[in-house]
Design a protein around this ligand. Structure first.
Ligand SMILES: [Zn+2]
Length: 355
């Protein structure tokens, strides 16, 4: 028996493909292969490369590097920094959003200085998304700044009850605010760190069961699902010094299918969070004849052995899943079927429809 459902190609507005600068972890080819294997037909790359994407030259270099090598469509975000402010008008039509790092994470883009933050929030175009990495108390600061400057704020990877409560309150007040959640923050808790060791380390860190339960019971207040695909090699994860981040492109949709089978979320809500909402929030162009087929009844086990991501591991290794991606179709062409990439790279660079 099969129970095949057709979904629109998924959109992931938060991935780290690590090129240029860290191609031993991932690159445009392996990262976008992982995308189509995971049902994603558009992904948007974050700017926190070792040489961050905070000027037009770095952005153009990244776009050029990706040309002809991507299996899904690929878009780009710009990096928030004082030095980036003079370029905002020049790059705004080429990027989907500005990413501002207000807490420590991978890369050199952290900003804690209030004047610098004020300058960035006030200058970024008001009709374009301003994304923040802002955990707990820092989120209060981000919301205050965005209210002051009337930004279109998008809160990345909500992980704790306190964060979602702040966002729900701001929404009630009529603020322009949206947020995303990663599947690791819906399926893992701080207790899993004992089992996973450094493989369970990411930013924001895994939270309590109470936090996870709160996210699930308020899933309708969260706008999008993002993988926050952030690969590091096994050697790096097993080293003494912690590197934060986990891959997610190939496991997010399977975990969502499991959640639909478990009746924790409806398929309509999955489509809203992975396609309708990200498209609307970020002005992402339509892709003609592009879809994913899933078999809701097929049972299988997530394995480190069957991944396209260069890092070759997942925190969900060994997890049994009901619901499997059968096929990904990009512009009428089957690009992934029965666990295999079936066509050469046919993805394109993608840009916002209007802003
Ligand atoms: Zn991230």
């Amino acid at each position: 028996m099969t129970n095949i459902i057709k979904l629109p190609g998924l959109i992931d507005t938060h991935v780290h493909l690590r090129e240029p600068g860290n191609t031993h972890k991932e690159d445009f080819e392996t990262g976008t292969k992982a995308a189509i294997a995971g049902g994603y037909t558009i992904i948007i790359d974050m700017p926190n490369n070792p040489n961050p994407i905070t000027n037009p030259e770095a952005l153009e270099e990244k776009i050029k590097l990706a040309e002809g090598r991507v299996y899904s469509d690929l878009g780009f975000h710009f990096g928030g920094a004082e030095s980036a402010v003079p370029f905002f008008q020049e790059v705004k039509d080429k990027v989907f959003g500005l990413k501002v790092y207000m807490n420590h994470t991978t890369g050199p883009l952290l900003i804690e200085d209030n004047d610098e933050l004020d300058l960035i929030f006030s200058n970024w175009p008001k009709d374009k998304v301003l994304m923040v990495h802002a955990e707990q108390e820092t989120l209060t600061k981000a919301i205050t700044l965005a209210k002051k400057h009337k930004n279109k704020l998008h809160v990345c990877h909500v992980a704790r009850r306190i964060e979602l409560e702040l966002i729900m309150k701001a929404k009630e007040e009529g603020m322009s605010i949206t947020c995303e959640v990663g599947m690791h923050h819906l399926y893992l808790t701080e207790d899993d760190v004992k089992r996973l060791g450094h493989y369970g380390m990411m930013r924001p860190p895994l939270a309590s069961q109470e936090d996870v339960d709160f996210l699930w019971s308020n899933i309708n207040s969260i706008d999008t699902i993002a993988s926050d695909h952030a690969p590091h090699t096994k050697e790096e994860k097993e080293a003494e010094t912690i590197v934060n981040g986990v891959p997610g492109l190939e496991t997010s949709l399977p975990l969502l299918l499991q959640a639909v089978n478990d009746e924790r979320i409806t398929m309509n809500r999955v489509i809203e969070m992975t396609s309708t909402n990200p498209r609307k929030i970020f002005n992402i162009p339509e892709q003609a004849d592009t879809y994913v087929e899933v078999d809701m009844d097929e049972e299988w086990t997530i394995s480190n052995e069957n991944l396209y991501t260069k890092c070759g591991w997942t925190p969900f290794n060994g997890m049994k899943i009901k619901g499997k991606i059968i096929k990904t179709v990009l512009r009428g062409q089957t690009v992934y079927e029965n666990d295999k990439i079936t066509e050469p790279a046919s993805g394109k660079a993608t840009y916002p429809t209007h802003s």
